[in-house]
Design a binder for this molecule. Structure first.
Ligand code: ZN
Ligand code: ZN
Length: 471
């Protein structure tokens, strides 16, 4: 029996747009500053989760809310569980939007809004796949659990709680990346580089503060330095010359003896730092080469960033660089800069590493490169090991066949630096919903998803679930 998944998905187009729009309107950024016992990740993620589950209940599905941090929508029956793992939370809106990030805009066949592509649009496509399978009465010989996490963009606490309290799927995929498939994901770890106390010495200028970046998984769009002392007359001109030469923009404002420099680069996801322009390292490099006689702590901080991190996204300057034949090269990016004259003086570096190296040895090498006397380096949180599902696994074979059947395009292996929920299952991969070659808009301003891509993804997911639940 063959089913017309395409037509079924097309019939749901306007319903999918409506449901996605409602979900985008919920700012579901993790917000533990407003956490309560009932909503440990804050009100936004909990509301996003409850909203998605209520949508499924509206349509008659059985759901489960796990402690307001994760949940699932169910269909099918059998011993094994096929998991479809998505998430309702989003990264912060950030700067640079042409429209309100949380007010969806439908324009030229695209829906704009934070979370449209990551991961609310793909979640809606996966959800409508369940509706299509039910409408068409497709037999499913496994239980299918559409699982929703609510802090995929940070700690994965929600999914950890889910797996600790609920049955683990036998196999599954995460609709949170691109087609044809992601069957390998590099290891992910963040390293906190803390500058040890530097003895103060009189200097003409003091770096009062240096900040940049808001998330460990985003290359900083902007960075700000505050310097006290009367600046030389040619300083502003030097700053503009530097900005022009480096393709960044910079502003200088002076209030008494307090000078504020704001530098704008280009943001990027931490798994592809090479497409960003790291505002933090560019600002440090400017200060380092400006010739200002900075205080010792400030001087050392900007010099270390310049020498060890600037214009290097593969870790060559610190010696952590590594290439694995199958999984490719390690990447590294300084994503949060936090320096205050009398407080913390830190750099948070996010690293994506292939099999063959590990977080402990990267930490050791960082400390050697930064200097054990000057800096202390720790692994921030827990490192996620590299993850790989072989091409000959039936899960990978089936998904690639479904992809080819619906697109006419050849499938192939893809290994990335990004981390998806796919890695939470031993037999887990990421599958869609972006088409190959589409601009990667996740985490960026003016994030969007094409309506036709949501519709196609719903059809692909329905077919994929049907085949995986019956093999
Ligand atoms: Zn995502
Ligand atoms: Zn994301």
């Amino acid at each position: 029996m063959t089913y017309d998944y395409e037509t079924a998905a097309k019939n749901y187009e306007s319903a999918m747009i409506d449901d996605l729009s409602a979900l985008i309107r919920i700012d579901s950024e993790r917000d533990t500053a407003h956490a309560t016992k009932d909503e440990p990740l804050g009100p936004g993620p909990a509301e996003g989760l409850r909203h998605a589950l209520a949508m499924a209940e509206r349509d008659g599905f059985t759901t489960k809310n796990v402690e307001n941090v994760a949940g699932r929508i169910e269909i099918g029956s059998g011993d094994d569980i096929l998991g479809v793992l998505s998430h309702v939370d989003v990264v912060p809106a950030g700067e640079g939007w042409d429209t309100d990030a949380f007010e969806p805009v439908l324009k030229d066949g695209k829906i704009y809004g934070r979370g449209s592509a990551d991961d609310k649009g793909p979640l809606i496509a996966a959800y409508y796949a369940l509706r299509i399978l039910r409408d068409l009465k497709v037999p499913l010989n496994k239980r299918v659990h559409l699982i929703l996490g609510s802090d995929e963009e940070s700690e994965w606490y929600g999914m950890d709680r889910y797996l600790a309290t609920q049955e683990t799927p036998t196999l599954g995929f995460s609709p949170d990346a691109e087609f044809p498939i992601i069957n390998g994901e590099k290891g992910i770890a963040s390293f906190l580089v803390s500058q040890n106390r530097v003895a103060a010495k009189p200097a003409a200028y003091t770096l009062t503060s240096f900040t940049g970046g808001i998330r460990p998984n985003m290359v900083p769009v902007s960075a700000t330095a505050i310097i006290s002392g009367a600046l030389p007359a040619d300083f502003a001109a030097k700053l503009q010359a530097f900005a022009k030469a480096n393709g960044v923009t910079a502003d200088l404002s002076t209030d008494g003896s307090q000078n504020t420099i704001v530098l704008h680069g280009r943001g990027a996801h931490a798994s592809t730092p090479e497409i960003g322009i790291n505002a933090g390292t560019y600002l440090a490099a400017f200060l380092d080469e400006s010739g200002l006689d900075l205080d010792p702590a400030g001087k050392q901080y900007v010099a270390s960033i310049t020498k060890l991190l600037h214009q290097d996204t593969t870790g060559v300057k610190t010696g952590i660089n590594y290439i694995d034949k199958k999984m490719g090269a390690l990447s590294a990016t300084g994503d949060i800069f936090n320096f205050s004259q009398d407080g913390d003086q830190t750099i948070l570096i996010n690293v994506r590493y292939p099999q063959g190296t590990d977080a402990a040895s990267i930490r050791d090498q960082y400390e050697t490169a930064f200097g054990v006397d000057a800096y202390t380096v720790t692994i921030d949180g827990h490192a996620q090991e590299p993850h790989y599902v072989a091409m000959d696994d039936p899960l990978v074979q089936t998904l690639l066949q479904v992809y080819t059947d619906h697109t006419g395009l050849e499938g192939h292996e893809v290994i990335v630096g990004g981390g998806t929920y796919g890695r939470m299952l031993e037999r887990g991969v990421a599958f869609g919903a972006q088409m190959p070659g589409a601009p990667d808009v996740m985490h960026l301003p003016n994030e969007f998803i094409k309506v036709e891509d949501i519709v196609r993804a719903a059809a692909i997911y329905a077919d994929a679930i049907a085949r995986l639940a019956n093999d």
